[in-house]
Design a protein around this ligand. Structure first.
Ligand code: SF4
Ligand code: SF4
Length: 463
């Protein structure tokens, strides 16, 4: 096995080494977002009644049906902000993803980090079909979806190398009738399931099932602060109200909620307003996603923020986190971790865990490093936006693909990065979005096309 030079803590640059002081970076479970691509709203098939989606009993059988409830029932940040997460998610339950014996043995044996977070599209069916959805999901069954047995077999293999957080996503994961069996099996094997949902299907019964099946947190997409704007973007009247009601119900049942906002030219001036809405709802975290135009999101290519505006949103996030009670996590925006360090330096601070919490310990792009995505048919990708299949769990064990894939191993070796990213002193903490590089240039090792920063070693060339 080649040197695993790509891991954040295996080959930190000097500045990082000084900052980490030998501490081992850990990854917050709500990297959740990394591939979870905010599947959201815009119903194409499910009837909406009074702004809420009709429950399972009104729908056809099989995979077209949402899951029925089973009868069984600080991370700080800039300025020393305590990151008063109202619900700490998996970590608050004492769970340390990728920290178990299997992961330690795997890392010692291979020199490769075990995955800590896996986003798993357990179905592509969705009651909605939002414009920017990575999955380009629609209502109805999709051929070739992994069966429950195939999911269990894959979990059996995954836990031989790690104990990850598994983000059950879609599509709309609550459309999968056997979701609670998947959840229970993941728990039984030592993984930690969480759910990414559009929340429109959440009833008291479903939220109660979430609590009974020990779901610590869900993530929900909200892109605009008002029903009028949100529904127009998602394409479904009543969708906003249904989502907000689903969030309220989940909170009432003690489920942690993270709101995800996909930022485009259409809503970049509404980030503060959506944040305030999230705060007023009493949710636990607010994650802004920078649009990666793949899947259905390709239609939004012209809605991607120009790099300068993109930078401004990330700077806003840095400043706002200082006073917000919500935990922030700009996602698919790896240069946020460069901005943290630039801002901290200007403020005379070090990016330490004490001062910045887990933001000091993680990295921008984790695709293939400690994170990956499994599609509804079992294809493995570095993340949901990275449009390349590196293997399929029906043909090869997950653990073998994670260990042997040439693409995964190249993503772990930062010395292979090209252009500005290759020359950048922040590449260990940022690395650029590899999916965006692939989408724009066809080369996943090319420089990130949406970064305004000029590395120090190249600044002379630009003057
Ligand atoms: S040049 Fe690349 S590695 Fe450097 S900050 Fe920009 S995106 Fe990140
Ligand atoms: S490639 Fe881009 S979208 Fe995928 S995990 Fe990395 S930063 Fe996120």
């Amino acid at each position: 096995m080649a040197d695993n030079v790509g891991n954040t803590d295996a080959r930190p640059d000097l500045e990082l080494e000084e900052e980490f002081g030998g501490a081992r970076p850990t990854i917050d479970e709500q990297e959740l977002a990394e591939a979870e691509a905010g599947c959201g709203q815009t119903a194409v098939g499910i009837p909406m009644v009074g702004g809420r989606a009709v429950a399972s009993s009104s729908l056809s059988s099989g995979t077209d049906r949402p899951a029925e409830a089973s009868s069984k029932a600080p991370l700080g940040h800039p300025g020393g902000h305590p990151g008063a997460q109202r619900h700490g998610g998996a970590r608050s339950m004492g769970f340390r993803p990728g920290g178990g014996e299997a992961a330690q043995a795997y890392e010692a044996r291979t020199g490769i980090k075990a995955p800590r977070i896996i986003a798993w599209e357990i179905t592509r069916s969705c009651n909605l079909s939002c414009a920017h959805c990575r999955a380009a999901a629609e209502f109805g069954a999709y051929p070739g979806e992994l069966s429950l047995d195939e999911i269990k077999t894959t979990i059996d293999d995954i836990v031989t190398i790690t104990n990850p957080i598994i983000i059950l996503t879609g599509g709309e994961p609550l459309m999968r009738p056997d979701i609670w069996e998947v959840v229970d099996y993941a728990h039984e094997k030592g993984a930690m399931p969480v759910i990414g949902t559009n929340a429109t299907l959440i009833t008291d019964e479903i939220a109660s099932a979430m609590a009974e099946h020990r779901i610590p947190r869900i993530s929900v997409s909200v892109d605009f602060p008002t029903a009028e704007e949100h529904d127009a973007f998602r394409g479904e009247p009543g969708c906003f109200d249904a989502t907000i009601e689903g969030i309220r119900i989940a909170k009432r049942h003690g489920i942690g909620v993270q709101i995800n906002m996909t930022v485009t030219t259409l809503n970049h001036d509404k980030v503060e307003a959506v944040h305030d809405l999230a705060e007023s709802l009493g949710v636990d975290a607010f994650h802004i996603f920078m649009l990666v135009p793949t899947g259905r999101g390709e239609d939004l290519l012209d809605k991607e923020l120009p790099p300068e505006e993109y930078e401004k949103v990330l700077e806003w996030a840095y400043e706002r986190q200082k006073t917000s009670p919500l935990h922030f996590k700009p996602t698919d925006a790896p240069h946020y971790y460069r901005i943290i360090r630039q801002k901290a330096k200007a403020e005379g601070k070090k990016v330490t865990r004490e001062e910045y919490g887990l933001d000091a310990m993680t990295r921008g792009c984790l695709g293939g490093i400690t994170f990956c995505f499994i599609s509804h048919v079992g294809d493995i990708q570095p993340c949901g936006y990275f449009d390349m299949q590196l293997g399929n769990v029906k043909e090869q064990p997950f653990s073998a693909i994670w260990t042997e894939s040439k693409v995964f191993n190249e993503l772990r070796d930062y010395s292979l990065l090209k252009g500005k990213c290759g020359a950048c002193e922040y590449k260990a903490v940022c690395g650029g979005c590899r999916a965006r590089a692939l989408s724009v240039t066809g080369d996943y090792l090319a420089e990130e096309p949406y970064c305004v920063y000029v590395p120090k070693s190249m600044q002379g060339e630009c003057e």
